[in-house]
Structures are given as structure tokens and as C-alpha cells.
Design a protein around this ligand. Structure first.
Ligand code: ZN
Length: 309
């Protein structure tokens, strides 16, 4: 099914049902500020698309009881989060409840062809587990700037081989459904708005410190991307002239000094120089240190790890 809302009213009704779950016609009418007759027209069109179904009678508000509406229970969305070092693929229903989820390690620098081969295999595996027969839409997050209207990464600093790759076009062909592509932290910010800490605010920044550092900027409830999609790409702002070499090729970037990867590197230095016995023991056992090791050492009371954080 690839039916789409035909106008803004229908889009608004679908969003209300997605974010708020089943609702009565009467209440939806109040929320979208449409007259009874205009609402009836839009709802009938949505029922025809199969995206919305009638779902029993709502509680009476006096007078004739109105029908409840909900998004079709069979709708399935695919969510894909491509990180710097791992891939998450999840299937949700139309109300964005996660029905199945897989995570696999993979380096984004292996390039789009290898990464999407893996994504499609993971989506097939989820289908085989019985949570979906097909997908009605897919959302893809990538760890770099994206030209949003076309769904194309633009000069992503840590994604060699991805610049200009038509992610949206290629995946909508493979998956047979509409696909949206955005920067991963923009999507995280929207997730916080849908079901997290940002539910009641319209203007906020969502900062993610992972392998790198990214930022989603939300103004008036809308993600602000800037003309080239890199408005929130704060990780490669130079914070120290002639500072550390960054994966992007420049010196002194914010994420070269303060990301999870930078933390791991600082921890390895501390382990090798004998400043922290805890970190040295972990390095000896694992051969390398990650930000998670620093966190564990800090939790165990290691003062050097605490200082690094
Ligand atoms: Zn950089």
C-alpha cells in the first residue's frame, strides 16, 4: 500500500492519530478546526485510502455517538538508524510502537552499497520473524548532513563514498515504499518530540555525543536544517586551532576533542602512561578501550576516568 494523504487536513489528521492513538470523529473535528461536513469529506477520503479504519463507537458527548477512528492496524513502517559503527533496523506499527528490532555492528565507511545490502537483509529477517509482510514507509537516519528534499547525503565528514548517493531513490526502489532520509540526530530530536522529553516544548536542541557529535535544532516544532542540511552539524566546528586531527581531515574539530571516540583515545593514553591501573587492566584484557570502558571504570571509582568524563 502506498496511498498518501492528498492535502494538509488529511496529513494533520493522520499525524494526530499517529501521535495520539485512536480518537473519535468529534474530537478530531475539534482538534483540526474543521466543520462537521468538511471533516466528514476528509475522513471518508482517508477511509478510502485504507490508511484509516473505523474502530467502534466513541463515548457519547450528548446526541448521536460518533465513530472512533484509528490508523489501519496492518500498516508497517521500517526505521533504519545507520550509525558510525552499527546499524539498527526496527519495524513499527502506524502508531510507532516498535514490533521488532535488530542491531548489528557495521562500519559506515564500508560505503552505501555494502551498508544497504546489510539493511535489506536485516529488514528481510524482521519480515521472516512475522512482524511485517511489507512496508508502507521507511525512515532512514544517517550520521551526517542530508539534503532533505532529495534524501541525499551531502559531503558527510565521516562517511566516505556517501556524498551524493541517492539513498532515498535507491531504497524506495528496493523496499517498494516511500522513503524519507534525514540526519540521525534530527530524527532523534523528532523522537523526543513524539514520545520523549521534548513532548511539551517547541524550541530545543538535541545533542548526541556518540562516536561523533551531532545536534538537532528544533524551532517552533520544526527541524531546522539550513540550506545544505548541515545546520546542526556542530561536530566539525573548529574549537582548537591546530588541535587534534579529526576523521574529517581537519584539525581541532569539536568531536576530535570531546566525542566518545576522543574519550576512548584519551583513556588509552591514560592506560599506557600508567596514570590509571583500572584502565590499563581493561586495555590489557580487551586490546582497546571504548567510551563504555571509561564509563565502567568511572562507575568503579577510577578518578582518572571520572576526570576524563
Ligand atoms: Zn572534523
Amino acid at each position: 500500500m502506498t496511498a498518501r494523504p492528498a492535502n494538509a487536513h488529511q496529513g494533520r489528521l493522520l499525524r494526530l492519530l499517529r501521535d495520539g492513538g485512536p480518537n473519535s470523529r468529534a474530537q478530531l473535528g475539534d482538534l483540526v478546526d474543521l466543520s462537521r461536513s468538511k471533516l466528514a469529506v476528509e475522513v471518508d477520503r482517508l477511509l478510502e485510502t485504507g490508511l484509516v479504519v473505523a474502530d467502534g463507537l466513541a463515548a457519547s458527548r450528548g446526541g448521536r455517538r460518533s465513530h472512533n477512528l484509528r490508523l489501519a492496524p496492518a500498516l508497517r513502517f521500517l526505521g533504519v538508524d545507520i550509525g558510525a559503527t552499527s546499524i539498527d533496523v526496527a519495524v513499527t506499527n502506524a502508531e510507532l510502537e516498535v514490533l521488532g528490532h535488530l542491531n548489528q555492528p557495521m562500519d559506515v565507511s564500508e560505503g552505501p552499497v555494502a551498508v544497504f545490502e546489510r539493511v535489506l537483509a536485516m529488514a528481510e529477517k524482521l519480515k521472516a520473524s512475522g512482524v511485517a509482510e511489507g512496508f508502507d514507509g521507511a525512515g532512514i537516519g544517517v550520521p551526517g548532513p542530508v539534503r532533505f528534499p532529495e534524501g541525499v547525503p551531502v559531503a558527510p565528514p565521516i562517511m566516505p563514498g556517501w556524498d551524493g548517493f541517492p539513498v532515498r531513490e535507491a531504497l524506495s526502489q528496493d523496499l517498494g515504499c516511500p522513503v524519507m532520509v534525514d540526519n540521525d540526530v534530527n530524527l532523534m530530536a523528532m523522537g523526543e518530540q513524539h514520545a520523549g522529553v521534548a513532548r511539551s516544548v517547541g524550541d530545543y536542541l538535541c545533542v548526541k555525543i556518540g562516536t561523533g557529535i551531532g545536534c538537532g535544532i528544533v524551532i517552533g516544532g520544526q527541524v531546522y536544517r539550513g540550506t545544505t542540511g548541515s545546520a546542526g552539524d556542530i561536530g566539525h566546528i573548529q574549537v582548537q586551532p591546530d588541535g587534534r586531527a579529526c576523521a574529517c581531515g581537519n584539525l581541532g574539530c569539536l568531536e576530535a576533542h570531546f566525542s566518545g571516540a576522543a574519550l576512548a583515545r584519551d583513556a588509552e593514553d591514560a592506560a599506557r602512561s600508567g596514570r590509571s591501573a583500572q584502565l590499563a587492566a581493561r586495555l590489557e584484557a580487551a586490546g582497546e578501550l571504548t567510551a563504555a570502558d571509561v564509563s565502567a571504570a568511572a562507575a568503579a571509582g577510577d578518578t582518572v576516568a571520572l576526570e576524563l568524563i
